[in-house]
Design a binder for this molecule. Structure first.
Ligand SMILES: [Zn+2]
Length: 462
Protein backbone atom coordinates (compact mmCIF):
# COMPACT_ATOMS: atom_id res chain seq x y z
CA UNK A 1 0.00 0.00 0.00
CA UNK A 2 2.83 2.32 0.75
CA UNK A 3 4.35 1.97 -2.69
CA UNK A 4 1.24 3.13 -4.47
CA UNK A 5 1.30 6.69 -3.28
CA UNK A 6 5.05 6.78 -3.71
CA UNK A 7 4.68 5.58 -7.25
CA UNK A 8 1.98 8.17 -7.72
CA UNK A 9 4.32 10.83 -6.42
CA UNK A 10 7.09 9.63 -8.73
CA UNK A 11 4.85 9.72 -11.78
CA UNK A 12 3.66 13.17 -10.91
CA UNK A 13 7.22 14.30 -10.37
CA UNK A 14 8.26 12.73 -13.68
CA UNK A 15 5.39 14.35 -15.52
CA UNK A 16 6.22 17.64 -13.91
CA UNK A 17 9.87 17.36 -14.89
CA UNK A 18 9.08 16.28 -18.42
CA UNK A 19 6.64 19.13 -18.80
CA UNK A 20 9.19 21.49 -17.38
CA UNK A 21 11.94 20.07 -19.56
CA UNK A 22 9.80 20.45 -22.66
CA UNK A 23 8.91 24.02 -21.74
CA UNK A 24 12.56 24.75 -21.02
CA UNK A 25 13.60 23.32 -24.40
CA UNK A 26 11.04 25.51 -26.16
CA UNK A 27 12.15 28.52 -24.17
CA UNK A 28 15.79 27.81 -25.04
CA UNK A 29 14.97 27.43 -28.72
CA UNK A 30 12.95 30.64 -28.67
CA UNK A 31 15.75 32.40 -26.84
CA UNK A 32 18.33 31.10 -29.32
CA UNK A 33 16.21 32.26 -32.26
CA UNK A 34 15.63 35.55 -30.54
CA UNK A 35 19.35 35.95 -29.88
CA UNK A 36 20.15 35.20 -33.50
CA UNK A 37 17.58 37.75 -34.56
CA UNK A 38 18.94 40.37 -32.17
CA UNK A 39 22.47 39.66 -33.33
CA UNK A 40 21.59 39.75 -37.03
CA UNK A 41 19.60 42.91 -36.41
CA UNK A 42 22.45 44.54 -34.47
CA UNK A 43 25.01 43.71 -37.15
CA UNK A 44 22.94 45.56 -39.74
CA UNK A 45 22.79 48.65 -37.62
CA UNK A 46 24.98 51.67 -37.93
CA UNK A 47 27.75 52.03 -35.39
CA UNK A 48 28.55 55.34 -33.74
CA UNK A 49 31.95 55.71 -32.09
CA UNK A 50 32.16 58.50 -29.52
CA UNK A 51 35.84 59.17 -28.87
CA UNK A 52 37.99 61.72 -27.06
CA UNK A 53 35.67 61.87 -24.05
CA UNK A 54 36.05 61.52 -20.28
CA UNK A 55 33.38 59.11 -19.14
CA UNK A 56 31.27 59.36 -15.98
CA UNK A 57 29.78 55.85 -16.01
CA UNK A 58 26.91 56.59 -13.59
CA UNK A 59 28.32 54.39 -10.81
CA UNK A 60 31.84 55.67 -10.12
CA UNK A 61 32.56 59.30 -9.40
CA UNK A 62 35.87 59.48 -11.22
CA UNK A 63 36.21 60.08 -14.94
CA UNK A 64 37.73 57.51 -17.27
CA UNK A 65 39.32 58.25 -20.64
CA UNK A 66 37.56 55.79 -22.93
CA UNK A 67 35.76 55.50 -26.24
CA UNK A 68 32.13 54.41 -26.32
CA UNK A 69 30.80 52.36 -29.20
CA UNK A 70 27.07 52.46 -29.90
CA UNK A 71 25.36 50.03 -32.23
CA UNK A 72 21.65 50.34 -32.85
CA UNK A 73 20.13 51.41 -29.53
CA UNK A 74 22.77 49.85 -27.28
CA UNK A 75 26.24 50.57 -25.98
CA UNK A 76 28.23 47.59 -27.27
CA UNK A 77 31.79 48.41 -26.23
CA UNK A 78 33.68 50.71 -23.91
CA UNK A 79 37.46 51.21 -23.75
CA UNK A 80 40.36 52.11 -25.99
CA UNK A 81 41.38 50.67 -29.38
CA UNK A 82 37.89 49.33 -30.03
CA UNK A 83 37.22 47.30 -33.14
CA UNK A 84 34.95 49.48 -35.24
CA UNK A 85 33.21 48.97 -38.63
CA UNK A 86 34.71 50.96 -41.49
CA UNK A 87 31.34 52.63 -42.08
CA UNK A 88 30.89 53.74 -38.47
CA UNK A 89 29.89 57.31 -37.77
CA UNK A 90 32.50 59.03 -35.61
CA UNK A 91 31.86 61.74 -33.05
CA UNK A 92 34.84 63.54 -31.52
CA UNK A 93 33.81 64.64 -28.04
CA UNK A 94 36.61 67.19 -27.81
CA UNK A 95 37.71 65.99 -24.35
CA UNK A 96 34.30 66.73 -22.78
CA UNK A 97 32.49 64.70 -20.11
CA UNK A 98 30.16 61.96 -21.35
CA UNK A 99 27.45 60.95 -18.88
CA UNK A 100 24.51 58.56 -18.96
CA UNK A 101 21.32 60.41 -19.86
CA UNK A 102 19.64 61.71 -16.70
CA UNK A 103 16.81 60.08 -14.77
CA UNK A 104 14.15 62.30 -13.21
CA UNK A 105 12.37 59.99 -10.78
CA UNK A 106 9.49 62.34 -10.01
CA UNK A 107 7.68 64.15 -12.83
CA UNK A 108 4.05 64.89 -13.69
CA UNK A 109 4.05 65.30 -17.45
CA UNK A 110 0.31 65.75 -17.72
CA UNK A 111 -0.41 68.00 -14.71
CA UNK A 112 -0.16 71.10 -16.85
CA UNK A 113 -2.26 73.34 -14.58
CA UNK A 114 -3.49 73.64 -10.97
CA UNK A 115 -5.95 70.90 -9.99
CA UNK A 116 -9.09 73.05 -10.24
CA UNK A 117 -8.14 74.01 -13.79
CA UNK A 118 -7.35 70.41 -14.72
CA UNK A 119 -10.88 69.67 -13.60
CA UNK A 120 -12.56 72.51 -15.45
CA UNK A 121 -10.45 73.89 -18.26
CA UNK A 122 -8.55 71.22 -20.10
CA UNK A 123 -9.84 68.37 -22.24
CA UNK A 124 -7.85 65.17 -22.58
CA UNK A 125 -6.71 66.14 -26.06
CA UNK A 126 -5.42 69.50 -24.83
CA UNK A 127 -3.51 67.79 -22.01
CA UNK A 128 -2.03 65.26 -24.42
CA UNK A 129 -0.92 67.93 -26.87
CA UNK A 130 0.68 69.99 -24.10
CA UNK A 131 2.33 66.93 -22.53
CA UNK A 132 3.94 66.16 -25.89
CA UNK A 133 5.71 69.48 -25.68
CA UNK A 134 6.61 68.88 -22.02
CA UNK A 135 8.13 65.53 -22.99
CA UNK A 136 10.24 66.92 -25.80
CA UNK A 137 11.58 69.71 -23.61
CA UNK A 138 12.49 67.24 -20.84
CA UNK A 139 14.51 65.20 -23.30
CA UNK A 140 16.27 68.35 -24.50
CA UNK A 141 17.31 69.03 -20.89
CA UNK A 142 19.11 65.70 -20.95
CA UNK A 143 16.46 63.61 -19.15
CA UNK A 144 16.33 60.43 -21.19
CA UNK A 145 14.23 58.61 -18.58
CA UNK A 146 11.53 59.87 -16.24
CA UNK A 147 9.30 58.23 -13.69
CA UNK A 148 5.93 59.90 -13.83
CA UNK A 149 4.60 60.06 -10.28
CA UNK A 150 0.92 60.35 -11.15
CA UNK A 151 -1.41 61.80 -13.76
CA UNK A 152 -2.64 60.89 -17.22
CA UNK A 153 0.79 60.07 -18.65
CA UNK A 154 0.41 56.50 -19.92
CA UNK A 155 -0.75 57.80 -23.31
CA UNK A 156 2.23 60.16 -23.39
CA UNK A 157 4.60 57.21 -22.90
CA UNK A 158 2.87 55.26 -25.65
CA UNK A 159 2.92 58.18 -28.09
CA UNK A 160 6.66 58.73 -27.50
CA UNK A 161 7.46 55.05 -27.96
CA UNK A 162 5.26 54.95 -31.09
CA UNK A 163 7.33 57.80 -32.51
CA UNK A 164 4.73 60.59 -32.58
CA UNK A 165 7.04 62.99 -30.81
CA UNK A 166 10.37 63.01 -29.02
CA UNK A 167 10.57 62.46 -25.29
CA UNK A 168 12.18 60.45 -22.53
CA UNK A 169 11.47 56.85 -21.66
CA UNK A 170 8.48 57.17 -19.34
CA UNK A 171 7.73 54.96 -16.35
CA UNK A 172 4.16 56.04 -15.76
CA UNK A 173 2.24 55.45 -12.54
CA UNK A 174 -0.99 56.20 -14.38
CA UNK A 175 -3.84 57.69 -12.38
CA UNK A 176 -2.97 58.72 -8.83
CA UNK A 177 -4.72 56.50 -6.30
CA UNK A 178 -6.33 58.70 -3.70
CA UNK A 179 -9.03 58.34 -1.11
CA UNK A 180 -12.05 60.62 -1.20
CA UNK A 181 -10.80 63.93 0.21
CA UNK A 182 -7.27 62.67 -0.24
CA UNK A 183 -4.39 64.59 -1.78
CA UNK A 184 -5.39 63.87 -5.36
CA UNK A 185 -9.16 64.11 -5.12
CA UNK A 186 -9.39 66.90 -7.69
CA UNK A 187 -13.17 67.37 -7.66
CA UNK A 188 -14.70 70.79 -7.25
CA UNK A 189 -16.19 71.77 -3.92
CA UNK A 190 -19.62 71.79 -5.58
CA UNK A 191 -19.36 68.22 -6.87
CA UNK A 192 -20.92 65.77 -4.39
CA UNK A 193 -19.53 62.28 -3.95
CA UNK A 194 -20.58 59.92 -6.73
CA UNK A 195 -22.47 57.80 -4.18
CA UNK A 196 -24.48 60.93 -3.32
CA UNK A 197 -25.57 62.00 -6.74
CA UNK A 198 -22.27 63.52 -7.87
CA UNK A 199 -20.52 62.73 -11.12
CA UNK A 200 -17.10 61.24 -11.59
CA UNK A 201 -14.89 64.22 -12.15
CA UNK A 202 -13.52 65.19 -15.55
CA UNK A 203 -9.93 64.84 -14.26
CA UNK A 204 -10.73 61.33 -13.06
CA UNK A 205 -12.34 60.37 -16.38
CA UNK A 206 -9.29 61.41 -18.40
CA UNK A 207 -6.98 59.47 -16.11
CA UNK A 208 -5.33 61.97 -13.77
CA UNK A 209 -6.54 60.21 -10.63
CA UNK A 210 -8.91 57.58 -9.29
CA UNK A 211 -10.67 58.14 -5.98
CA UNK A 212 -10.99 54.82 -4.16
CA UNK A 213 -12.67 53.99 -0.88
CA UNK A 214 -12.51 50.45 0.41
CA UNK A 215 -10.53 47.38 -0.44
CA UNK A 216 -12.56 46.37 -3.49
CA UNK A 217 -12.27 49.78 -5.10
CA UNK A 218 -8.52 49.80 -4.48
CA UNK A 219 -8.12 46.36 -6.05
CA UNK A 220 -10.09 47.47 -9.10
CA UNK A 221 -8.35 50.81 -9.55
CA UNK A 222 -4.84 49.42 -9.04
CA UNK A 223 -5.44 46.56 -11.46
CA UNK A 224 -6.94 48.98 -13.97
CA UNK A 225 -3.76 51.10 -13.80
CA UNK A 226 -1.57 48.11 -14.65
CA UNK A 227 -4.07 47.09 -17.34
CA UNK A 228 -3.67 50.53 -18.89
CA UNK A 229 0.13 50.24 -18.90
CA UNK A 230 1.36 51.67 -15.60
CA UNK A 231 4.75 50.40 -14.51
CA UNK A 232 4.19 51.02 -10.77
CA UNK A 233 1.53 52.54 -8.52
CA UNK A 234 1.42 55.92 -6.82
CA UNK A 235 -0.58 56.43 -3.63
CA UNK A 236 -0.88 59.30 -1.20
CA UNK A 237 -1.00 58.51 2.53
CA UNK A 238 -0.96 62.17 3.61
CA UNK A 239 -2.64 65.22 2.22
CA UNK A 240 -0.78 67.41 -0.25
CA UNK A 241 0.24 70.99 -0.74
CA UNK A 242 -1.29 71.46 -4.17
CA UNK A 243 -4.58 69.84 -3.13
CA UNK A 244 -7.48 72.18 -2.52
CA UNK A 245 -9.44 70.06 -0.03
CA UNK A 246 -6.92 67.79 1.66
CA UNK A 247 -5.22 68.79 4.92
CA UNK A 248 -1.54 67.83 5.00
CA UNK A 249 -1.63 66.04 8.34
CA UNK A 250 -4.41 63.48 7.87
CA UNK A 251 -3.51 59.81 7.51
CA UNK A 252 -5.00 58.45 4.34
CA UNK A 253 -6.22 54.97 3.40
CA UNK A 254 -7.11 52.14 5.79
CA UNK A 255 -4.84 49.16 6.29
CA UNK A 256 -7.17 47.10 4.10
CA UNK A 257 -6.85 49.66 1.29
CA UNK A 258 -3.05 49.83 1.58
CA UNK A 259 -2.87 46.06 1.71
CA UNK A 260 -4.96 45.82 -1.46
CA UNK A 261 -2.63 48.19 -3.34
CA UNK A 262 0.41 46.29 -2.08
CA UNK A 263 -1.13 43.00 -3.17
CA UNK A 264 -1.85 44.25 -6.69
CA UNK A 265 1.62 45.77 -7.07
CA UNK A 266 3.18 42.51 -5.94
CA UNK A 267 1.08 40.32 -8.20
CA UNK A 268 2.12 42.48 -11.16
CA UNK A 269 5.77 42.03 -10.14
CA UNK A 270 6.14 45.72 -9.40
CA UNK A 271 5.96 48.09 -6.41
CA UNK A 272 4.22 51.18 -5.12
CA UNK A 273 5.49 54.61 -4.15
CA UNK A 274 3.92 56.85 -1.59
CA UNK A 275 3.42 60.58 -1.24
CA UNK A 276 3.78 61.26 2.48
CA UNK A 277 5.12 63.86 4.90
CA UNK A 278 4.62 62.55 8.43
CA UNK A 279 6.01 59.59 10.40
CA UNK A 280 2.81 57.61 10.65
CA UNK A 281 2.02 57.85 6.92
CA UNK A 282 5.56 56.84 5.93
CA UNK A 283 5.82 54.11 8.52
CA UNK A 284 2.53 52.46 7.51
CA UNK A 285 3.53 52.58 3.86
CA UNK A 286 6.82 50.83 4.67
CA UNK A 287 4.94 48.16 6.64
CA UNK A 288 2.94 47.42 3.51
CA UNK A 289 6.05 47.26 1.32
CA UNK A 290 6.34 50.71 -0.28
CA UNK A 291 9.69 51.03 -2.05
CA UNK A 292 9.93 54.77 -2.43
CA UNK A 293 8.83 57.72 -0.35
CA UNK A 294 8.14 60.99 -2.10
CA UNK A 295 8.76 64.16 -0.02
CA UNK A 296 8.83 62.97 3.63
CA UNK A 297 9.71 66.43 4.96
CA UNK A 298 8.28 66.03 8.44
CA UNK A 299 9.67 62.56 9.21
CA UNK A 300 11.66 62.08 12.41
CA UNK A 301 14.81 60.06 12.90
CA UNK A 302 13.11 56.80 13.93
CA UNK A 303 11.20 56.57 10.66
CA UNK A 304 14.23 57.56 8.62
CA UNK A 305 16.08 54.69 10.31
CA UNK A 306 13.19 52.43 9.39
CA UNK A 307 13.50 53.50 5.76
CA UNK A 308 17.22 52.68 5.81
CA UNK A 309 16.60 49.30 7.44
CA UNK A 310 13.99 48.40 4.82
CA UNK A 311 16.04 49.67 1.88
CA UNK A 312 13.36 52.21 0.95
CA UNK A 313 14.36 55.00 -1.44
CA UNK A 314 13.78 58.66 -0.73
CA UNK A 315 12.99 60.84 -3.72
CA UNK A 316 14.03 64.39 -2.95
CA UNK A 317 12.56 67.28 -4.91
CA UNK A 318 14.81 70.08 -3.71
CA UNK A 319 13.46 72.89 -5.86
CA UNK A 320 9.80 72.40 -4.91
CA UNK A 321 10.79 71.80 -1.27
CA UNK A 322 13.11 74.65 -0.59
CA UNK A 323 12.16 77.48 -2.94
CA UNK A 324 9.47 80.13 -2.63
CA UNK A 325 5.88 78.98 -3.01
CA UNK A 326 4.69 79.14 -6.64
CA UNK A 327 2.62 82.27 -7.37
CA UNK A 328 -0.37 80.14 -8.41
CA UNK A 329 -0.82 78.80 -4.85
CA UNK A 330 -3.78 79.84 -2.72
CA UNK A 331 -3.29 81.07 0.86
CA UNK A 332 -4.12 77.59 2.19
CA UNK A 333 -1.65 75.94 -0.17
CA UNK A 334 0.97 78.47 0.78
CA UNK A 335 0.52 77.67 4.47
CA UNK A 336 0.96 73.93 3.83
CA UNK A 337 3.99 74.66 1.67
CA UNK A 338 5.68 76.62 4.46
CA UNK A 339 4.90 73.90 7.01
CA UNK A 340 6.48 71.20 4.83
CA UNK A 341 9.43 73.42 4.03
CA UNK A 342 10.11 73.96 7.73
CA UNK A 343 11.10 70.29 8.11
CA UNK A 344 13.08 69.89 4.92
CA UNK A 345 16.65 70.74 5.98
CA UNK A 346 16.55 68.59 9.10
CA UNK A 347 15.04 65.67 7.18
CA UNK A 348 17.84 65.89 4.61
CA UNK A 349 20.46 65.96 7.37
CA UNK A 350 19.01 62.78 8.88
CA UNK A 351 18.62 61.10 5.49
CA UNK A 352 22.32 61.69 4.86
CA UNK A 353 23.25 60.53 8.35
CA UNK A 354 21.45 57.21 7.80
CA UNK A 355 22.70 56.91 4.23
CA UNK A 356 19.32 56.63 2.55
CA UNK A 357 19.37 55.96 -1.16
CA UNK A 358 18.25 59.26 -2.61
CA UNK A 359 16.97 59.71 -6.14
CA UNK A 360 16.68 62.90 -8.21
CA UNK A 361 13.17 64.30 -8.61
CA UNK A 362 12.08 67.66 -9.96
CA UNK A 363 8.31 67.42 -9.31
CA UNK A 364 7.72 70.26 -11.77
CA UNK A 365 4.13 70.75 -12.88
CA UNK A 366 1.39 73.45 -12.80
CA UNK A 367 2.19 75.58 -15.85
CA UNK A 368 4.30 75.93 -18.97
CA UNK A 369 6.62 78.24 -17.06
CA UNK A 370 6.93 75.84 -14.12
CA UNK A 371 8.07 72.96 -16.33
CA UNK A 372 10.95 75.11 -17.53
CA UNK A 373 12.25 75.07 -13.94
CA UNK A 374 13.18 71.38 -14.22
CA UNK A 375 16.81 72.29 -14.91
CA UNK A 376 16.84 74.55 -11.83
CA UNK A 377 16.59 71.38 -9.74
CA UNK A 378 20.36 70.99 -10.27
CA UNK A 379 20.97 74.34 -8.55
CA UNK A 380 18.57 73.64 -5.68
CA UNK A 381 20.26 70.29 -5.02
CA UNK A 382 23.71 71.84 -5.11
CA UNK A 383 22.77 73.66 -1.90
CA UNK A 384 22.30 70.36 -0.04
CA UNK A 385 24.34 67.69 -1.86
CA UNK A 386 27.82 67.44 -3.38
CA UNK A 387 28.14 67.34 -7.17
CA UNK A 388 29.16 63.63 -7.26
CA UNK A 389 26.20 62.75 -5.00
CA UNK A 390 23.81 64.57 -7.34
CA UNK A 391 25.25 62.93 -10.45
CA UNK A 392 24.74 59.46 -8.93
CA UNK A 393 21.20 60.37 -7.83
CA UNK A 394 20.33 61.46 -11.37
CA UNK A 395 21.78 58.37 -13.08
CA UNK A 396 22.34 54.92 -11.55
CA UNK A 397 20.36 55.43 -8.32
CA UNK A 398 17.28 56.72 -10.11
CA UNK A 399 17.57 53.90 -12.64
CA UNK A 400 17.86 51.29 -9.89
CA UNK A 401 14.66 52.62 -8.35
CA UNK A 402 12.60 52.63 -11.53
CA UNK A 403 13.86 49.18 -12.49
CA UNK A 404 12.03 47.84 -9.42
CA UNK A 405 9.06 47.75 -11.80
CA UNK A 406 10.49 44.38 -12.89
CA UNK A 407 8.48 42.75 -15.67
CA UNK A 408 6.38 45.91 -16.15
CA UNK A 409 9.50 47.80 -17.28
CA UNK A 410 9.25 48.18 -21.06
CA UNK A 411 12.97 48.77 -21.43
CA UNK A 412 14.44 45.54 -20.16
CA UNK A 413 16.84 44.86 -23.03
CA UNK A 414 19.62 46.78 -21.28
CA UNK A 415 20.48 48.79 -18.20
CA UNK A 416 19.52 52.43 -17.74
CA UNK A 417 21.49 55.17 -15.99
CA UNK A 418 24.95 53.71 -16.68
CA UNK A 419 27.57 53.65 -19.40
CA UNK A 420 28.72 50.09 -19.93
CA UNK A 421 28.42 47.43 -22.64
CA UNK A 422 24.85 46.13 -22.64
CA UNK A 423 23.34 49.41 -21.44
CA UNK A 424 20.98 51.48 -23.54
CA UNK A 425 22.65 54.17 -25.62
CA UNK A 426 21.18 57.06 -23.60
CA UNK A 427 23.97 59.63 -23.38
CA UNK A 428 24.71 63.31 -22.86
CA UNK A 429 27.93 65.15 -23.61
CA UNK A 430 28.58 68.10 -21.33
CA UNK A 431 30.53 71.34 -21.57
CA UNK A 432 31.98 71.85 -18.08
CA UNK A 433 32.86 69.65 -15.12
CA UNK A 434 29.59 68.33 -13.66
CA UNK A 435 31.37 66.19 -11.04
CA UNK A 436 32.75 69.40 -9.59
CA UNK A 437 29.87 71.76 -10.30
CA UNK A 438 26.44 70.64 -11.49
CA UNK A 439 25.35 74.20 -12.23
CA UNK A 440 26.50 73.69 -15.83
CA UNK A 441 23.47 71.40 -16.21
CA UNK A 442 21.10 74.24 -15.35
CA UNK A 443 21.76 75.63 -18.83
CA UNK A 444 21.20 72.55 -20.98
CA UNK A 445 20.59 74.58 -24.15
CA UNK A 446 24.15 75.80 -23.99
CA UNK A 447 26.06 73.09 -22.13
CA UNK A 448 24.57 69.84 -23.39
CA UNK A 449 26.32 69.44 -26.71
CA UNK A 450 25.06 65.97 -27.58
CA UNK A 451 21.85 64.24 -26.49
CA UNK A 452 21.30 60.64 -27.51
CA UNK A 453 18.40 58.42 -26.51
CA UNK A 454 18.03 54.82 -27.61
CA UNK A 455 20.93 55.29 -30.01
CA UNK A 456 19.23 58.22 -31.78
CA UNK A 457 20.96 61.61 -31.74
CA UNK A 458 18.39 64.29 -30.79
CA UNK A 459 20.90 67.09 -30.48
CA UNK A 460 24.46 67.60 -31.68
CA UNK A 461 26.02 71.06 -31.56
CA UNK A 462 29.61 69.87 -31.79
ZN1 LIG B 1 4.65 65.03 -7.20
Amino acid sequence: MRKVPMYGVCVRALRFDRARGFAAAIALLAAALGMLQIKAHAEDEQQILISNVRVFDGENTHLVDADVLVQGNMIVAFGSDLEVDSGAQRIDGGGRVLSPGFVDAHTHMSLIAPFDQLENEYTGIYVGAAAGQVAEEMLMRGFTTVRDAGGASIGVQRAIDDGWFAGPRVFSSGAFLTQTSGHLDMRDRTNPHHHMGGEHSHAQRIGHFTAVDGEAEMLGAARQNFRNGATQLKLATNGGISANYSPLDIDQFTDAELGAAAHVAETFGSYFMVHAYYDEAVSRAIDFGARSIEHGHLMTEDVIKKMAKNDVYLVVEALMSNADAPPQFTADQREKFELAKSGFQEMIRLAKKHKLKIAFGSDVFLSREAYKLQAMEWLARAEIFSAPEIMLQATSIGAELIELSGPRNRYREGRLGVIQPGAYADLVLIDGEPLEDVSVLADPGKNLRLIMKDGVVYKNTL
